[in-house]
Write a protein of this length. Structure first.
Length: 268
């Protein structure tokens, strides 16, 4: 075998090895919904693909290493930004998409840890059918679920559907997010923050028209005061949007199979 052939073979094997190593680590993108919170605490994102949608143009500071764009439409809480990002990038999504508000009090450390671990491939969302909340566990119905008093007619929600009952939330969620595949009402669980990772496949399990409806119909009319409450309902229900579930028997840090997190079974 000639030197040229050996050199070519070595280069080819190096190329194949590089491609295989790249193929084993899913692509990651972090999507941040911001109003006017400080951004200095997010500077660690500089080495991870990300986009920060900011609704306050003048207050963008500490962004020299951050990918920040101005989003002038200020409706629908963070959910509008999440849905709009999916609509605008439906055919160009990363393998793993991490959605977060600009501030996550009490969850900043775990948010960074899991983002970096997902980026490096150390953990995966596939153990949860492509979806995982980051930093908190799932809860039964309780206060702060969001009022639907002003949208009962809009979604044909019955007068007996109460936001603080499992039965009531089953009807409310199924009609607002248009899902018929929810778990039994006694098994419904909700997460009190919009911080989660979701795979491209899970996002694509819904057609783009589904997210357009979420953005434009559920969250999109800023002239109506009740859209804030619809945003709160949606914020607690993202697992069901992506055809996944919130399991009350496991903390999602545990479900991400992270080696440093002790698993434990907590009742609702």
């Amino acid at each position: 075998m000639t030197i040229c052939m050996l050199l070519f073979q070595g280069i080819f094997m190096l190329y194949i090895g590089t491609e295989l190593s790249h193929a084993t680590v899913p692509s990651v993108n972090v999507i941040i919904a911001r109003y006017k919170e400080p951004l200095v605490h997010l500077r660690w994102l500089h080495h991870i693909p990300h986009i920060i949608y900011s609704r306050e143009k003048e207050s963008i500071t500490d962004t020299d290493v951050l990918n920040t764009v101005f989003q002038p439409i200020n409706v629908g809480r963070e959910g509008w930004i999440y849905a709009d990002h999916i609509v605008q990038n439906y055919n160009n999504l990363s393998d793993i998409n991490i959605f977060s508000q600009a501030e996550n009090p009490g969850r900043e450390i775990i948010f960074r840890k899991y983002t970096e671990d997902l980026f490096s491939g150390a953990v995966s969302v596939e153990t949860l059918n492509g979806f995982a909340y980051l930093g908190t566990q799932c809860l039964t119905v309780r206060s702060g679920m969001g009022s639907v008093a002003e949208v009962r007619e809009k979604y044909n929600i019955s007068a007996t559907a109460y936001e603080r009952s499992q039965e009531g939330m089953y009807e409310i969620i199924s009609k607002i997010i248009m899902k018929t595949n929810l778990p039994p009402q006694d098994n419904l669980r909700f997460n009190p923050n919009g911080l989660f990772a979701v795979s491209k496949e899970s996002i694509l399990s819904n057609p783009i028209s589904y997210y357009i409806r979420l953005r434009d119909v559920v969250l999109g009319d800023g002239d109506q005061p009740y859209f804030k409450n619809e945003g709160i309902v949606l914020e607690r229900s993202w697992a069901y949007v992506f055809n996944s579930e919130c399991s009350h028997k496991e903390i999602y840090q545990c479900a991400l199979n992270h080696p440093d997190v002790q698993c434990e079974d907590r009742p609702p």
